[in-house]
Design a protein around this ligand. Structure first.
Ligand code: C5P
Ligand code: C5P
Ligand code: ZN
Length: 510
């Protein structure tokens, strides 16, 4: 018994302070049952991630070597927050290595965009996309490297993709952190870790646990150690840096704050009832201006309101989580908080102004930031109108899925974000499918919950098969996916998808 306790103390000591790898120190003590149990627990927690990280770094180094042989590189990336951050990490790494870099943003990699890339005839770095289109890239014989986190459709030697290493690309390593691993192997690019974390948050990699997990966490740790980022537990609402507290509450729709969301008067009354003054002299107080006690009081009240409204524990838990602060950005600006920064980027890219977001990532704090802020206001309005529209048209439930068709009333580039936000009021037991028209046909966005994924749902696989059945194409992640299908095929697509998702759930049950 004493021996066991002693072993435990040694192990804990080594985990907390030892320089040597804790698992190494534990090995001589493996014949004690308690240590053995702890050994496997610690191995599950630390070592697996670390081993995978090292393995990925080896591949990143190989990719970086290839890039460094080039004189000119075309970066092709995705038009969303993690696409812009990935692209800007790549561009800066190239520039610092003395390589000429240019960037091309695409909504998706389809035969016509691949053709466009092939025509440029320049060595290409695909970031945040490419893995789902390896066949098309090979067909056009495009010389390239890929740093992506979407479910890969095949193998390619110069592809760095977490999924190839048993790491989940939807939660454990995003497209921007994946790209950062290569940038880090190209030179002294450690400062780019901030963009990597903004990208990961923009991709909702932290949504499952309210904090970054897996290899994302190891990247985060580097950012914290390098004094670029600070990470701590806080309320996880949007606007903590920039909005008056009552506005922050009023504009929160995910989750819907009972009696408060959309109601300015109620938001102000809530603050007053808690003795929190909404103003400091002339100035409206923001979340960052509140004292610790005020923050605790308001957070507890929000939790209480949601509990009284009968919200599931999982929704309530999402109110609090980790916040990521970019230490080199000015306090009180969108760029200080990863959640606000990434939303600002989405607000540029998803409206065809990705150049504005890119400039912000590359350091423009003047004109580009001003334009991005205007676009952000527009984005917030569109999201809130999108949610209102869904309320009006309603969500239709089939056996295993639920859907709405926004026609031309929600932009195809943000319909997925709206779909995800709808979970705060839709049926949590079925994936939600959203349609919106675009110039090429009908854009499909699908979102599931973590629970559904654990029950067997894999949206990327399901959408790919259902889309191909009707002559379209789809892909993405298990929890979030998208597709493009020909107009008029929605009914057939839905029938097919309903069947496939039903099959995925049944397979897992049996
Ligand atoms: O192509 P990409 O992976 O960047 O698309 C990411 C989108 O998928 C995000 O905008 C987010 O809405 C959604 N997503 C999600 N939950 C995750 C990961 C991504 O809803 N865990
Ligand atoms: O556009 P949306 O945010 O719904 O995209 C969700 C996920 O599905 C993204 O990761 C995106 O890359 C993927 N997607 C895809 N093929 C499409 C549309 C989206 O793989 N045609
Ligand atoms: Zn991505």
């Amino acid at each position: 018994m004493t021996k066991n306790i002693l072993a435990l103390i040694i192990v804990i000591h080594s985990v907390l302070i030892g320089d040597m790898h804790p698992l190494f120190l534990m090995q001589p003590l493996l014949h004690f049952r308690t240590t053995r149990k702890l050994y496997f627990l610690v191995r599950r927690l630390i070592d697996v991630d670390l081993a995978k990280y090292k393995e990925m770094l080896r591949k990143a180094y190989e990719v970086a070597l290839m890039l460094k042989k080039q004189e000119e590189v075309l970066v092709v990336t995705h038009v969303d927050a993690d696409g812009i951050t990935s692209g800007s990490i790549a561009l800066q790494a190239l520039e610092r290595a003395g390589i000429e870099g240019n960037i091309l943003f695409v909504k998706q990699l389809d035969p016509s965009t691949i053709e466009q890339v092939a025509d440029r005839n320049v060595f290409t770095w695909f970031t945040d996309l490419g893995s789902g289109q390896l066949d098309l890239i090979a067909e056009k014989k495009i010389e390239c490297v890929i740093t992506d986190h979407h479910v890969p459709q095949g193998h390619y030697r110069l592809q760095l993709n977490p999924n190839d290493f048993g790491v989940d690309g939807a939660h454990e390593l995003g497209g921007a952190p994946t790209t950062y691993l290569v940038a880090k192997s190209m030179g002294l690019n450690y400062d780019l870790v901030s963009l990597a974390i903004v990208g990961a948050v923009g991709d909702l990699q932290d949504s499952r646990h309210g904090k970054l997990i897996g290899l994302n966490r190891l990247v985060l740790q580097e950012g914290v150690e390098g004094n670029f980022i600070s990470a701590f537990r806080d309320l996880r609402l949007f606007g903590k840096q920039t909005r008056p507290v009552y506005k922050m509450l009023e504009y929160t729709f995910d989750p819907y704050l009972p009696g408060i969301s959309g109601n300015e008067k109620a938001a102000l009354e809530l603050l007053e009832s808690l003795g929190i003054s909404p103003k400091d002299g002339e100035f409206w107080r923001r979340w960052i201006d509140l004292s610790y006690e005020e923050k605790v009081a308001l957070t507890s009240e929000l939790v209480k309101l949601c509990m009284e409204a009968g919200y599931p524990v999982s929704t309530i838990k999402r109110l609090v989580g980790e916040t990521y602060i970019m230490l080199h950005e000015e306090e009180g600006t969108e760029l200080r908080d990863a959640m606000e920064y990434s939303t600002l980027l989405n607000a540029t890219a998803r409206y065809g102004h990705e150049d504005v977001g890119l400039k912000v990532c590359l350091g423009d704090r003047g004109e580009a930031l001003r334009r991005a802020r205007t676009l952000l206001q527009n984005h917030r309005r569109n999201l809130s109108e999108g949610l209102k529209l869904v309320d009006e048209i309603g969500i239709v439930e089939l056996d295993n899925i639920q859907y709405f068709h926004a026609e031309d009333k929600i932009l195809d580039t943000i319909v997925g974000i709206v779909a995800g936000m709808c979970f705060s009021k839709a049926n949590l037991r079925k994936p939600i499918i959203a349609f919106a028209n675009n110039s090429e046909g009908v854009k499909v966005s699908a979102r599931a919950t973590q629970r559904l994924v654990e029950m067997g749902v894999h949206l990327a696989n399901a959408l790919r098969i259902a889309a191909e059945k009707v002559g379209g194409k789809g892909g993405g992640h298990s929890i979030a996916a998208g597709a493009l299908i020909p107009a008029g095929c929605e009914k057939e697509f839905l029938r097919e998808l309903d069947r496939i998702i039903g099959g995925q759930l049944a397979k897992c049950r049996s």
